[in-house]
Design a protein around this ligand. Structure first.
Ligand code: APR
Length: 318
C-alpha cells in the first residue's frame, strides 16, 4: 500500500513513544512526528526508531521535535492529518484518573491550542487522562468540530476484557468479542449481551459470577498495571488501541470501534463525550453506531453519561 501523509504524536513518554513506534511500523504514513517538552527526548527517540527501519523493514520516517509551552517547535506538526495527544502525567499507585484532572487539564489545553494553530485540519485522538474530560477539553480548546475530536478508551477496555475472557476459557483472543461502553473509569459499562466466543454468547459459557469478576478486573485494568509498575501507567495495550484508531481514520476504513465520541441523541443521550461504538473515517467520527442494549445496560450507559457530563461541563475552568 502506498505511504502518505503525516501523523503527529504529542508527548514522547511511554504512551507516546510506543504509539509512534507502532504507527511507524504500520508503514502507512510518510512521516510520524513525535514531540515533547523535554529537550532532546523526541529527537533521540526518533533517531533510535529510524535506525530500526532496516531491521523491521518500514520506510516511514519518524521526526522528533522538542516544543516549548509558547508553541515553539509546533511548526513540525503542520499538515498533520491526525494528531494523537498523549501529553500529561500518568497515575501513581493509589491515584484515580480524576486525580490528574487539574494538572493534565493545564497541559492538554496548552497542547490543544497549539494543535489548533498548527494543524487546523487534523482529526485529534486524545489519550491523556482523565480521558472523557480531556477529550471534552480538547474539543473546547481547539474549537474543532466535535466529530474531529475523539478519545481512546473503549478500544483499550474492550481489549483488556477480551484478553481476560480468552485466558479464562483458554481460547485464542481472536475467538473472543467483547464490548465496553461508557466512561474510562468507574462508570465503564460492560456489555455482556454483545460478548461472544466463536459466535456463542459469553453468558452461555461462563457463570454470571465469573463474568462479573472479569468485568471488575477490566474496570480496574489500568490500576492493576499501575500498582505493579509502581511508576507510570500502562502503555503497550493503550498504544495498540490508539494506533488502531489512527489507522482507521487514515485509511478511511469505516471500521466501527469503541471510542469516546460526542453524543447527539444516540441512546437518548446528548451533549457529552462518552464511550460508544462509532464508525471512523477520514473526517473522524462518521457516525455513532448504536447497538442494541438490554434495559439494564442502557440504564448504566445513561448513568455513566450523567456522571461524566457534570465533570465535562467543569473543564471550561481548567
Ligand atoms: N507538551 C508536550 N509534552 C508534554 C507536555 C506538554 N505541555 N507536558 C508533559 N509532556 C510530556 C512529558 O514530558 C512526558 O514525556 O508528556 C509525557 C508523558 O509521558 P509519561 O510520563 O511516560 O506518561 P505516559 O505513560 O506516556 O502517559 C501519558 O496517557 O494514559 C495516559 O494517564 C496517562 O495522562 C497520561 C498520558
Amino acid at each position: 500500500m502506498a505511504r502518505s501523509g503525516t501523523v503527529a504524536v504529542i508527548g514522547a513518554g511511554f504512551y507516546g513513544s510506543t504509539t509512534a513506534q507502532r504507527l511507524a511500523e504500520y508503514d502507512l504514513f510518510d512521516t510520524v512526528v513525535l514531540t515533547d517538552i523535554i529537550e532532546g527526548r523526541p529527537e533521540g527517540l526518533a533517531l533510535d526508531m529510524n535506525q530500526s527501519r532496516p531491521v523491521e523493514g518500514f520506510e516511514t520516517r519518524v521526526v522528533g521535535q522538542t516544543t516549548g509551552r509558547d508553541g515553539s517547535g509546533y511548526a513540525a506538526i503542520a499538515g498533520s492529518e491526525i494528531v494523537v495527544i498523549t501529553a500529561g502525567l500518568p497515575r501513581k499507585p493509589g491515584m484515580s484518573r480524576m486525580d490528574l484532572l487539574e494538572v493534565n487539564g493545564r497541559i492538554v489545553r496548552q497542547v490543544a491550542e497549539n494543535v489548533a494553530e498548527y494543524a487546523p485540519d487534523a482529526v485529534v485522538i486524545v489519550v491523556s487522562n482523565p480521558l472523557d474530560e480531556m477529550t471534552a477539553l480538547t474539543q473546547l480548546a481547539t474549537g474543532f468540530p466535535r466529530h474531529r475530536v475523539m478519545g481512546q478508551a473503549g478500544m483499550l477496555d474492550t481489549a483488556r476484557f477480551t484478553n481476560f475472557v480468552a485466558e479464562e476459557l483458554a481460547v485464542p483472543v481472536s475467538s473472543v468479542r467483547t464490548l465496553t461502553l461508557g466512561s474510562h473509569g468507574d462508570t465503564m459499562v460492560p456489555v455482556p449481551s454483545a460478548c461472544t466466543v466463536d459466535g456463542a454468547p459469553l453468558t452461555d459459557l461462563l457463570p454470571a459470577g465469573k463474568i462479573e469478576e472479569l468485568i471488575t478486573r477490566t474496570r480496574n485494568g489500568g490500576a492493576e498495571v499501575v500498582a505493579l509498575l509502581k511508576t507510570g501507567s500502562a502503555y503497550y495495550a493503550p498504544s495498540a488501541a490508539a494506533a488502531r484508531m489512527v489507522r482507521a481514520v487514515h485509511q478511511d476504513s469505516g471500521a466501527v470501534l469503541p471510542v469516546c465520541a460526542w453524543l447527539e441523541g444516540e441512546y437518548g443521550i446528548s451533549n457529552v463525550y462518552l464511550g460508544v461504538t462509532a464508525e471512523l473515517g477520514r473526517s473522524g467520527v462518521n457516525r455513532v453506531a448504536e447497538i442494541p442494549l438490554t434495559a439494564g445496560e442502557l440504564a448504566q450507559l445513561r448513568q455513566a453519561a450523567q456522571a461524566v457530563a457534570a465533570k465535562q461541563a467543569d473543564v471550561r475552568n481548567l
